[in-house]
Design a protein around this ligand. Structure first.
Ligand code: SAH
Length: 356
């Protein structure tokens, strides 16, 4: 856990910055806060702040491994393939996926894009053969990439624009009455909104908020370019929406509870819903194949999660109940099944993926 004095230091750093130079952008605030948040701790699990799909059940990572192996086989089993995971957390998804791929004769080299020193140490225990990268730029330049990211894009900073009488302005973070809070910036930001891509914003009332993630779009643009140049496929899984919308989705979670995103910078996980529509456009604009965006529940059912749960329960009847309840948690509408989406991308000459 982060020591309280460190959190005070981050609030104090923001305060000093704002008092000297004026409000900072929300993207700046979110980026710095999450860098601090992830740097020093493992936030996953019952004792941590939140739980992710691979930590709920091994079936999640296994089915992803199966999907990648199927793609690779249908692409003609190319050599020198690399498994790339973005923000691999505890390395659990990678372990389960690599085990499933090995059953089909697929044994790729392993590359992790990870910013957290604390999580890197845990990943090293789980997947000792991995190579680590600070960002995508240093990934191998040759050989197809099998890319996976679960709950990675939602942690990247968002920018928010707010409609005012005078035009679009950026939503910033200021310091007032002894605390950090959102304020409206003074710079005209109309040019940051590509009006031709957002006809839905015409005539929206003052106060309307539009959220974008230039950081997430840049990651997807880079993935698309790599897939085109090197071959391969990508699965990006996150909670989010797949048609243009308005409003803030910024949230902070600590110990499985929602908290004020401005109260504890660096001590709570800051996320925003992923705009799959915008990310699909980013990939398509580069000429990448878009396999689709589907709800996680449908994707996992299409890949046979129910049969897999049956098989696991038969081998370990004492865990049957836990296995079936994990399956429900991952796929049910009211749980992770509908809010979470899976975006599939592939190189132009790679096959159609199962499940979409
Ligand atoms: N995929 C894992 C963990 C999700 S938590 C799981 O499903 O369990 C988010 C992960 O992304 C963590 O590993 C975190 O350290 C990493 N991360 C967040 N922002 C990052 C950034 N800007 N650069 C690199 N890694 C980042």
């Amino acid at each position: 856990m982060t020591a309280p004095h460190e959190t005070e230091a981050l609030t104090a750093i923001f305060r000093r910055l704002i008092e000297n130079y004026g409000p900072i952008s929300l993207a700046h605030y979110m980026g710095e806060s999450n860098a601090r948040y992830y740097a020093g701790k493992d936030p996953l699990g019952e004792d941590g702040d939140f739980i992710t799909a691979p930590e709920i059940s091994q079936m999640f990572g296994e089915l992803i491994g199966l999907w990648l192996a199927d793609m690779w086989i249908n692409a003609g089993r190319p050599e020198e393939v690399h498994y790339v995971e973005l923000g691999p957390g505890r390395g659990t998804l990678a372990q389960d996926a690599l085990r499933a791929m090995r059953r089909y004769g697929l044994e790729p080299s392993v590359h992790f894009v990870e910013g957290s020193t604390a999580l890197k140490a845990i990943q090293l225990e789980a997947v000792p053969q991995a190579y680590w990268h600070d960002d995508l730029s240093t990934l191998p330049m040759y050989g197809p990439l099998l890319i996976v990211g679960n709950e990675f894009l939602d942690a990247l900073p968002v920018r928010q624009l707010v409609r005012t009488e005078a035009g679009w302005r950026e939503r910033m973070v200021g310091w007032q009455d002894g605390r950090l809070l959102p304020v409206i910036g003074t710079m005209p930001m109309d040019a940051a909104l590509r009006a031709e891509q957002r006809p839905d914003l015409r005539g929206t009332p003052d106060g309307t908020i539009v959220e974008t993630s230039p950081a997430a779009a840049a990651v997807v643009y880079e993935i698309a370019g790599r897939l085109i140049d090197q071959g391969g496929a990508a699965l990006l899984i996150d909670y989010g929406y797949d048609e243009p919308r308005t409003g803030s989705t910024l949230q902070a979670v600590r110990a499985h509870m929602k908290v004020d995103p401005f109260a504890l910078p660096g001590e709570a996980d800051l996320t925003a819903h992923v705009d799959f529509h915008a990310l699909s456009n980013a990939a398509l604009s580069r000429g990448c194949r878009w396999l689709g965006t589907v709800e996680q529940g449908r994707f996992l059912r299409n890949l046979g999660i129910e049969a897999r749960a049956e098989a696991l329960a038969k081998v370990a009847p004492e865990h049957a109940e836990a296995i079936h309840s994990a399956c429900t948690r991952l796929t049910a509408e009211g749980q992770m099944g509908a809010l979470f989406k899976v975006l599939g991308l592939a190189a132009p000459n790679w096959p159609d993926g199962a499940g979409f």
